[in-house]
Design a protein around this ligand. Structure first.
Ligand code: HEC
Length: 125
């Protein structure tokens, strides 16, 4: 009997220890993964100062596509593509993600609009 019970007890103890460790790792992950690119901070601040978040959420579609969807679609975008997306934010538009309309943001400078696109693209999972 003893020979069976001892290994069983050891297994139970191992299982409960293992569970505790993985919970700790999960809690620490979001901070560790935050990108350190300077464009991230600048773009994030600009997105927060403008009206972007009235139509966009980071992780779920709202009036517009979620920013993580946008980041997936344009993963690996070159400078020309980033410029094109920035121009769309300034001019507004529709038709790429559905029939909802993005209002124009005519007062934005091209530099600021590009910084926001760079920030959005860094949200790729
Ligand atoms: C009135 C709602 C609204 C606001 C405000 C808004 N957007 Fe949008 N945005 C949309 C919609 C709707 C789309 C999808 C357009 C389409 O399907 O072509 C979109 C698309 C985008 C895209 C993807 C463009 C593409 O062609 O794939 C980016 C990037 C973006 N928005 C960034 C921003 C930023 C940055 C701001 C703030 C300056 C902003 N949006 C403000 C509604 C909005």
């Amino acid at each position: 009997m003893k020979k069976v019970i001892l290994p069983l007890m050891a297994l139970v103890m191992l299982a409960s220890c293992g569970g505790g460790t993985s919970t700790d790792e999960k809690a620490a992950t979001p901070v560790a993964e935050k990108p350190k690119d300077p464009a991230y901070e600048k773009g994030l601040a600009l997105v927060a100062q403008n009206d972007c978040l009235t139509c966009h959420k980071i992780n779920e579609p709202f009036t517009g596509p979620s920013y993580s969807q946008v980041a997936d679609k344009y993963a690996g975008a070159d400078a020309a593509k980033i410029k094109e997306i920035a121009e769309k934010i300034i001019k507004g538009g529709t038709g790429v993600w559905g029939s909802a309309l993005m209002t124009p943001h005519a007062s934005l400078s091209p530099e600021d609009a590009e910084a926001m696109v760079k920030y959005i693209l860094l949200l790729k999972k």
